[in-house]
Write a new protein. Structure first.
Length: 278
C-alpha cells in the first residue's frame, strides 16, 4: 500500500531526518512502523484518506502527557501514566458529536485519556472498572441517535509495552471482529483468533492479561483446576483443599482482575485457549 502512495505523491513524501517539521509535513507510520512525512499542501480529502489508512504522528505541544502517550504507543517510549493499572476500550468515531461523547465519557469514568487511532478513538481509563460497557454504549447510541461500535480491551499495568496495546488494537480492527456486532470484548477477539491460528497475537494477549494478576501463580493454578473440574465449584474446592466460600470469593476477584467472567461460557473458553498457548 505504501509503495502505491509513493508512486502517487513522489517527492511530496519525505523520509524524516533528525529534526521533524510539523509545520511543513504531516507525519504517519507506514505498515512497517517507519515514519514518513507528506507535504501539508495536499487536499483535506487526501489527508483524511491517508489518515484512515495510517497512524498519524501527532504533536501535542500544549499537553506533555498526551505526547508521552502517543510516544508510548508508537515509538516504544516509557509508560506515561501515573496510575500503575488501567484498562482500555476503543470505539468508531462518530460523524458528528465526538467531542460531546468524549465529555460524557469523562464525566462517567472521571479520569480518562483519549487518542485517535485511524478512524477510532482509543480510551484509557483507571477508575469505575465496575461499569458494564455494553449497556452503557447501548444507552449512548440511543442518546446520540447513532450506532456506536465499541470494543472492550484488557487490563494493563506499567510493565506492559505500549507496542502490545497498539498491535492489539490494530489487529482487532483489521480482523473485522467489530463488524459482527456493536459491542465486542477480549473474549470475542480471542475466539476469532483461535480460528485463524494467530498464535503471536494470542501470546501477546496472554502476556498482557496474566501480567495484571496480583498473585499470578495462585490465580493460574485456581483457574487450571477450575477448568479441569469442568467449572464445578465444589469439586474445585475439594481439589484445592479450600473452603467453597473462599473459592467463590477468589473466583469473583479473578473475574474482576481479568475483566472476564469465569462463569460465562465464551469468557471461560477464551481463558482456556490462552492457558494452552505455549
Amino acid at each position: 500500500m505504501f509503495k502505491k502512495l509513493l508512486s502517487i505523491y513522489g517527492n511530496r513524501i519525505v523520509k524524516p531526518g533528525s529534526t521533524l517539521e510539523p509545520n511543513r509535513f504531516y507525519y504517519f507510520f507506514n505498515e512497517e512502523g517507519q515514519l514518513f512525512g507528506i507535504d501539508r499542501n495536499i487536499t483535506k480529502n487526501e489527508y483524511q484518506l491517508i489518515k484512515s489508512m495510517y497512524i498519524e504522528k501527532t504533536f501535542h505541544f500544549d499537553n506533555a502527557l498526551m505526547q508521552q502517550i502517543h510516544e508510548y504507543l508508537w515509538e516504544g517510549k516509557s509508560y506515561p501514566f501515573a496510575q500503575k493499572r488501567g484498562k482500555f476500550f476503543f470505539y468508531h468515531e462518530l460523524e458528528a458529536g465526538n467531542d460531546q461523547l468524549h465529555s460524557m465519557l469523562k464525566d462517567i469514568f472521571r479520569d480518562i485519556y483519549a487518542i485517535s487511532f485511524l478512524e477510532y478513538t482509543l480510551v484509557f481509563f483507571f477508575d469505575r472498572f465496575d461499569i458494564d460497557l455494553e449497556p452503557l454504549f447501548q444507552t449512548l447510541s440511543d442518546d446520540f441517535g447513532s450506532k456506536i461500535t465499541v470494543h472492550e480491551g484488557f487490563f494493563f499495568t506499567d510493565r506492559l509495552p505500549g507496542e502490545n496495546i497498539k498491535q492489539y488494537v490494530k489487529t482487532v480492527i483489521e480482523n473485522g471482529v467489530m463488524r459482527k456486532k456493536d459491542y465486542t470484548d477480549l473474549a470475542d477477539f480471542i475466539l476469532a483468533l483461535a480460528g485463524s491460528e494467530d498464535y503471536c497475537m494470542l501470546k501477546l494477549i496472554k502476556e498482557g492479561l496474566f501480567s495484571s494478576l496480583k498473585d499470578k501463580d495462585e490465580a493460574l493454578e485456581i483457574i487450571r483446576v477450575f477448568f479441569s473440574n469442568n467449572l464445578n465449584v465444589s469439586a474445585t474446592a475439594k481439589s484445592l483443599y479450600m473452603h467453597r466460600n473462599t473459592l467463590l470469593y477468589k473466583l469473583d476477584q479473578l473475574s474482576k482482575e481479568l475483566g472476564l467472567k469465569l462463569d460465562r461460557f465464551s469468557h471461560a473458553c477464551s481463558i482456556n485457549i490462552l492457558l494452552n498457548i505455549k
